[in-house]
Design a binder for this molecule. Structure first.
Ligand SMILES: C[S@@+](CC[C@H](N)C(=O)[O-])C[C@H]1O[C@@H](n2cnc3c(N)ncnc32)[C@H](O)[C@@H]1O
Length: 383
C-alpha cells in the first residue's frame, strides 16, 4: 500500500529516519513526492501498518492512503478536469459506502486560476455525480465531521488524491495543550529538533525559555516511547474507515530522564506543568521560574540546550530581545558539557550570527524549517 506522510517543511528527513527505525526499507521511501515539500511517500505492508504509523510517529502531521496522481491544468479548465478525476476515482467505493458522510480538502501550491475551495467544490461534485450515476443515490457531505476525508492536493499541475487517516485536526495537535502559550512551537517541530541534535535519552537537556513546555514534554514523550497520538487515540479517522484496526501495544522505555524547562514567567511555568500533567510526563521534567540570565546559577552542567527563544517580532523594545539572546548564549556556554550541543529555532538570523562569533561557538548545522507559514532557522552549535 502506498501512503503519503505530511510534516513541517524542512523536516522530511526526520520522517524518513522515523520510517526506517519503524522497519520500512530505505528504497521504499521517497522525499518530496510529485514536487510537494513537507511530504514523504512510502510503501507499507497494508492499512494496518499505515494506521499504526499515523498513531505512533512523532514527526508527522498527517497520513494519507495514496489514491493516485493526475495532471490538471492551472487555468480554469483544470476545475472540470478535477471533477472528472473525482468522478472516475476507482477505489473510492472501497472506503465510501453510501451510509457514510464525506468531505474534500485541498492544499494548493502554484499559480492556479482557481482557489482551494473551488477544488474542494468540484471534486465533491464529481464524487456525488459518480454515486448518483452508479447507485442512483447521493452520498452525504459533512464538512465539519466527515467519516471519510479525501485530499485533493495540488502542486502546480500535479493533483495528488489521497484518503486521510487522521481527521480534522493535524497530528501536531497532540492533545496535551491545556495551557495555550501565545507563541508555542508545534510538537513535530520540537520532536524534529530533538532528532536533529541527536539527543540521547541519557543526556541531560534544558529548555531555558520553555513557555508552555513543548520541548521538554516532547522529549519526555519520545524518551518514554509514548505513541504521539495516544491522547487523541479515539479521534483518528481510520476507525471510521476500517473495521478492525489493531494498534500495536507499546512498551515504556525504561530510561532515567534528566529534563529541565525554565521560563522567566511563572504563568508560563504553571501552564507548562498543566500541559506536562495532561501529557502524563510531569514527573519526568523539572520546571522552574528562571530568567535566562541566571541559567548558570540554576544548572551546573548540561548536555543539550534546546530552545525556541522569542523572535522579538511582537516585543516593542528590540534592545530587550538582544539582551535575551546575549544572555542565552553567554549562559549556555557556561553550562555546556564537553560534548554538549546548543540547538535553537528562530527567525532572527541577524542576532544569531552576531553572538556565535562573539562567544566563539562552532556552527555545525543550520537549516530552514517552516513553522506554519513562517520561515525560521534551526541551528546547532558546539563549543
Ligand atoms: C517563543 S516562546 C517559547 C514557546 C515554547 N517553545 C512553547 O512551545 O510554548 C519564548 C519564551 O521565552 C520566554 N522568555 C523571554 N525572555 C526570557 C528570559 N529573559 N528568561 C527566560 N525566559 C524568557 C518567554 O516568556 C516565552 O515563553
Amino acid at each position: 500500500m502506498k501512503i503519503i506522510l505530511t510534516c513541517p517543511i524542512g523536516l522530511e528527513d526526520v520522517v524518513k529516519k522515523d520510517l526506517i527505525e519503524w522497519g520500512i526499507k530505505e528504497e521504499d521511501i521517497y522525499l518530496f513526492p510529485f514536487g510537494f515539500r513537507g511530504r514523504v511517500f512510502a510503501e507499507v505492508k497494508d492499512y494496518q501498518e499505515a494506521c499504526n504509523l499515523a498513531y505512533f510517529l512523532h514527526s508527522i502531521n498527517r497520513v494519507f492512503i495514496y489514491l493516485g496522481v493526475f495532471e490538471v491544468k492551472q487555468s480554469l479548465e483544470g476545475l472540470e478536469q478535477i471533477k472528472e478525476v473525482a468522478f472516475n476515482l476507482e477505489d473510492i467505493e472501497n472506503f465510501l459506502d453510501i451510509s457514510k458522510t464525506f468531505a474534500v480538502r485541498c492544499s494548493r501550491r502554484g499559480k492556479h486560476e482557481y482557489r482551494s475551495p473551488d477544488v474542494e467544490k468540484y471534486a465533491g461534485a464529481g464524487i456525488v455525480e459518480r454515486y448518483i450515476s452508479k447507485y442512483g443515490k447521493r452520498p452525504r457531505v459533512n464538512l465539519e465531521n466527515p467519516d471519510i476525508l479525501l485530499r485533493f492536493d495540488l502542486h502546480n499541475e500535479n493533483l495528488v488524491v489521497g484518503l486521510d487517516l487522521v481527521g480534522y485536526e493535524s497530528l501536531n495537535k497532540r492533545g496535551y495543550r491545556i495551557y495555550k502559550h501565545p507563541a508555542p512551537i508545534k510538537g513535530p517541530i520540537a520532536y524534529g529538533m530533538l532528532r536533529l541534535i541527536d539527543w540521547k535519552f541519557e543526556e541531560s537537556l534544558v529548555d531555558p525559555m520553555c513557555g508552555g513546555g513543548t520541548i521538554p514534554i516532547e522529549a519526555a514523550l519520545y524518551g518514554l516511547n509514548y505513541p504521539a497520538g495516544f491522547l487523541r487515540k479515539e479521534n483518528f479517522l481510520f476507525w471510521k474507515i476500517f473495521e478492525n484496526v489493531k494498534l500495536k501495544d507499546f512498551q515504556f522505555r525504561n530510561v532515567s530522564l534528566s529534563l529541565f524547562g525554565f521560563d522567566k514567567f511563572k504563568k508560563h511555568i504553571d501552564g507548562a506543568k498543566l500541559n506536562a500533567e495532561k501529557a502524563k510526563v510531569l514527573n519526568f521534567i523539572n520546571f522552574d521560574v528562571v530568567d535566562v540570565s541566571d541559567l548558570s546559577k540554576k544548572i551546573f552542567k548540561v548536555d543539550v540546550v534546546l530552545t525556541n527563544p522569542p523572535y522579538g517580532l511582537r516585543i516593542a523594545n528590540p534592545l530587550e530581545t538582544e539582551k535575551v539572546y546575549n544572555n542565552f548564549f553567554k549562559e549556555s556556554k557556561k553550562i555546556l558539557s564537553e560534548k554538549g550541543r546548543i540547538g535553537f529555532i528562530t527567525s532572527r538570523d541577524d542576532l544569531v550570527h552576531r553572538y556565535i562569533s562573539k562567544y566563539g561557538f562552532n556552527l555545525v548545522h543550520k537549516r530552514s524549517i517552516y513553522h506554519g507559514k513562517l520561515n525560521v532557522y534551526f541551528y546547532i552549535l558546539t563549543l
